[in-house]
Design a binder for this molecule. Structure first.
Ligand code: UD1
Ligand code: CA
Length: 524
């Protein structure tokens, strides 16, 4: 996806190929992610950086982008919602260093706390990348291009900037006439009217020389409109030492946009999705309606997958070659096999085999494993269920805590009764078995290989291999009941006509025959 970075006022050629820049970029000594801020405009009890787009927290996006540079240390500065944020750092990247910011406010103090913690592991030397934690579309390639420009130009500080229509609230980039180098970053609240006319802004994504950063931070005060230590003041410090500070303008402003409120969260989430889908389409995936299709960052799709409208693929979902998913399907951490079809389905932590068929209106709960060419059909719910190759559960069933062998067929409206009120039990159906329609399988219970059960049975005892299990009341017919008990109704009239057509009434209704226990009424 990487944004092309256009360098101005520097010797770096514009629009260098992303890959080349990324691979030639030197490894920074450290990447520091600033994540101690509060994010009040989210109006959330959750720390801002834990809000997610594309199935990954804002913090997670920042950390993944930073880790792509392969720094010696990836550090994250935390304070607001400290324990929750630190837990997310650990979850995303167990190697990352959590640094606590103290009560001194400001981005400068955040960077200083990080530097102290990093220096404690051995004095830091070389380029240090500092990034904000709320810029989800920023990727490793863009950061790598920034590091490459920093090293090539021998800068003390390199700032990623962008030009916006309305720069209100942002730090302005003050450039030197002639060279175009950066003289200072002036915060909106501290800026003069003339400086507020500047539309080039600081994105809070930088590369610093470690030594300049260390000494610059040590020189910082809080004598400014917000009474904070400004990281941005390190720029003026470097200039005062006669060092070079340059800005690299990205031509992809969205990629450096921060997430200040829920409107931005939605806009950036949508844009991330658009970019993800664009990448998959170029890789050979058909996305019929990108507007209604949502695919998380970590999802993997193979060539010739088709995603129909209303499909959402979350988490670690993978879809293999030639499979079709949708319409109106939501899968989280589901593995879809090659050539499978999944229609109007809600699923999580399930595996769907090659050529298998699921839905419409199926609910796959965790632990569902459907074999090759198997079928989970309409209005079927499954959980902890292994359904073998070619086995079918076509209609209106609940299959929970069950194993179904290959080639077996489970009749419509069959339920595995796995819960006795205290514990869960397993139902085991062998290979090539045929469970009749409307069966209640009271677990623990086993239906053997090649066994049948009769329609409407309540199976409480094991059915041996090859046996027919029957458990239901016998049928009796009470002749002429409707004409006697419901005279004058359309039913009685229809019955009378039918009996007249059939010939003279039997003098004496035949006795009720014994019901045949054949497994009629099963379904396919
Ligand atoms: C900062 C920059 C400003 C830039 C803007 C871009 C400074 C002084 N200003 O503004 O030039 O245009 O970002 O969005 O740096 N943070 C901490 N600890 C703190 C304060 C902030 O870790 O004490 C973190 C936040 O979590 C966030 C980042 O630093 O990731 C930027 O903070 P934020 O408050 O959003 O930016 P501003 O200070 O308004
Ligand atoms: Ca602030």
């Amino acid at each position: 996806m990487g944004a092309l970075v256009v360098s101005t006022g520097s010797t770096t050629p514009a629009g260098q190929p992303a890959d080349g820049a990324a691979s030639s970029a030197p490894r920074p000594a450290a990447v520091v992610v600033l994540a101690a801020g509060q994010g009040t405009r989210m109006r959330s009890s959750r720390p801002k950086v834990l809000h997610a787009v594309g199935g990954r927290s804002l913090l997670g996006h920042a950390m993944v982008a930073g880790r792509a540079l392969e720094p010696q240390t990836l550090a994250v500065v935390v304070r607001h919602g400290r324990d929750l944020v630190a837990a997310e750092v650990e979850r995303v990247d167990a190697e990352a260093l959590v640094v606590d910011q103290d009560e001194v406010p400001g981005t400068g103090r955040a960077a200083q706390c990080a530097l102290e913690a990093l220096d404690a592991r051995g004095p830091l030397d070389g380029p240090v990348v500092v990034t904000a934690s709320d810029v989800p579309l920023l990727d490793g390639e863009t950061l790598a291009q920034l590091v490459a420009a920093h090293v090539t130009d021998g800068n003390a500080v390199t700032i990623l900037t962008t030009v916006v229509e309305d720069a209100t609230g942002y730090g302005r980039i003050v450039r030197e006439d002639g060279t175009g180098d950066v003289l200072a970053i002036v915060e909106h609240k501290d800026a003069t009217d003339a400086q507020r006319e500047i539309r080039e802004i600081n994105t809070s994504i930088f590369v610093f020389d470690a030594d300049v950063l260390r000494r610059g931070l040590a020189s910082l005060g809080t004598d400014n409109a917000q009474g904070e230590m400004y990281l941005t003041d390190v720029v003026a410090f470097a200039r005062a030492e006669g060092r070079t500070v340059r800005a690299v303008i990205t031509d992809d402003p969205v990629a450096v946009e921060g997430t200040n409120d829920r409107l931005a969260l939605s806009v950036l989430g949508k844009e991330m999705n658009r970019r993800i889908l664009e990448r998959w389409m170029l890789d050979g995936v058909t996305v019929v309606d990108p507007q209604t299709t949502w695919v998380d960052v970590d999802v993997e799709l193979a060539p010739d997958v088709t995603l129909l409208p209303g499909t959402q693929l979350h988490g670690a979902t993978t879809v293999a070659e030639g499979a079709t998913v949708g319409p109106d399907t939501t899968l989280t951490d589901v593995e879809v096999g090659p050539g499978a079809t999944v229609v109007r389905t809600h699923g999580s932590l399930a595996v769907i085999g090659a050529g298998a068929s699921v839905g419409p209106f199926a609910y796959l709960r965790p632990g569902t494993v459907l074999g090759e060419r198997g079928k989970i059909g309409t209005f079927v719910e499954t959980k902890n269920a292994e359904i073998g190759a070619g086995a079918k559960v076509p209609h209106l069933s609940y299959i929970g805590d069950a194993t179904i062998g290959e080639g077996s067929n489970v009749g419509a409206a069959t339920v595995t009764l796995n819960y006795d009120g205290v514990a869960k039990h397993r139902t085991v159906i062998g290979a090539h078995a045929k469970v009749g329609g409307d069966n209640m399988l009271v677990a623990p219970v086993t239906v053997g290989d090649g066994a049948y059960t009769a329609a409407g049975s309540v199976i409480t005892r094991d059915v041996p291999a090859g046996a027919l299990g029957v458990s239901r009341a016998q049928q009796r017919n009470v002749e002429c009941w409707v004409e006697r008990r419901r005279p004058g109704t359309p039913a009685a009239e229809a019955a009378a006509r039918a009996r007249a057509d059939a010939g003279p009434d039997p003098a004496d209704p035949a006795p009720v025959p014994a019901a045949d226990a054949a497994p009629e009424g099963t379904s396919h």
